[in-house]
Design a protein around this ligand. Structure first.
Ligand code: GDD
Ligand code: MG
Length: 359
């Protein structure tokens, strides 16, 4: 069985992190986003994953070579000369993708406990051309909304980002498609959500599969942090032994084994500390991710923020309110960063009092 992951787009909503790495390689809960997906696919015997890439393929290539070996799964890159949308890449990759069997398609920025085995079973049972995973949405206008019959699960309509209320069951960005769908896609930039799914639904060939657990699109900082909390809680419910234990930690905390944490820190709830981070004594961290290689000096407070690779944060600093620091940022001692979006390699010596982008 094969799968295609849609990895196009510049990940602008996750800047400044995506100025250093393509979005799929940004770590989410200490693992590159795309690796969460590749591992889930490998677990249901997917043998080949095709990455439909439109951005910085060379960085991806190196990473993928390593993963191929580790996971024993073939990873191929399908490159686009121009952005092909969300359906065009499937047509472009048809020679790689079509082996006569149904295949998975995933958006690269979604996280959940992928119920792929259940989707395979449902797809076989209903005999339609496509099965799409659904999750309940609080803000339906941000998603593709699906109308379907709750008994047969057959989809009657698919509306991408509707401006009026039609329902709240949203496309979760995970599909299982029969190869015959490829015949319905033209070789041009085109949208699966605006062109392919509405037509399949009109022909009664599309079916829905409801997700029961958590789900998040982690393509922007606010949602990244919400998704992180959900993911850590899912690990808690599964009694995952990787979660940190001991008097330093509150609630769900994930610490890479190579990170070093000083005395008298209070860490949690909902914190992820990446590889080779150094946290000095008396530091307070909550609801934040520290990407690999950060150094946080003594008595600093960080809440609801993402700290990029290799940042150096001084002593008695306060960082909060969905601040995102790019790679290799230095924050001087005693500085306040309130909702600061700081570009890579910057040095912050003056307080950031209001949410601002520091260029
Ligand atoms: N290869 C390639 N080429 N991939 C692309 C392109 C392109 O031109 N454009 C977008 N993608 C990829 C993105 O990288 C992402 O993984 C996926 O296609 C969806 O694009 P987004 O830009 O993230 O779309 P969205 O979040 O606004 O909406 C989509 O996801 C929602 C769930 O998060 C839609 O599929 C909605 O229907 C869905 O509800
Ligand atoms: Mg998205």
């Amino acid at each position: 069985m094969k799968a295609l992951i849609l990895v196009g787009g510049y990940g602008t909503r996750l800047r400044p992190l995506t100025l250093s790495y393509p979005k799929p390689l940004v770590e989410f809960c200490n693992k590159p986003m795309v690796l969460h997906q590749i591992e889930a696919l490998a677990a249901v015997s997917v043998t080949e994953v095709i990455l439909a890439v439109g951005y910085r393929p060379q960085v991806m290539d190196d990473f993928l070579q390593q993963q191929q070996k580790k996971l024993g799964i073939k990873i191929t890159v399908s490159r686009e000369e121009e952005p092909m949308g969300t359906a065009g890449p499937l047509k472009l990759a048809q020679p790689l993708l079509d082996d006569g069997e149904p295949f998975f398609v995933l958006n690269s920025d979604v996280t959940c406990r992928f119920p792929l085995a259940d989707m395979i079973a449902a797809h076989k049972k209903h005999g339609g051309m496509g099965t799409i995973l659904l999750t309940k949405a609080d803000e339906p206008s941000k998603f593709g909304i699906v109308l379907y019959d709750a008994a047969s699960m057959r989809v009657s309509a698919f509306r991408e980002k509707p401006t009026e209320w039609v329902g709240n069951m949203a496309n979760a960005g995970v599909y299982l498609l029969s190869p015959s769908v490829l015949q319905r896609i033209e070789m041009r930039p085109t949208s699966i959500e605006r062109e392919v799914f509405p037509a399949l639904a009109a022909d009664g060939l599309l079916y829905a599969h409801e997700l029961t657990g958590h789900w998040a699109d982690v393509g922007q900082p606010k949602d990244y942090l919400i998704g992180m909390c959900m993911h850590l809680q899912a690990m808690r419910l599964e009694n995952d032994a990787q979660l940190a234990t001991g008097p330093t930690f509150i609630g769900n905390v994930l610490v890479d084994p190579s990170a070093r944490i000083g005395s008298g820190c209070r860490i949690g709830p909902d914190v992820v500390i990446g590889a080779n981070c150094v946290i000095e004594h008396g530091v307070r961290l909550k609801r934040s991710t520290l990407l690999p290689g950060c150094h946080v000096k003594s008595h600093t407070w960080i809440a609801s923020s993402i700290i990029g690779w290799g940042c150096i944060i001084g002593s008695w600093v306060r960082i909060e309110n969905t601040s995102v620091l790019g790679e290799d940022v230095v924050v001087h001692d005693e500085v306040l960063v309130n909702g600061g979006i700081v570009l890579p390699h910057k040095s912050v010596s003056e307080p950031i009092l209001q949410p601002t982008v520091v260029l």
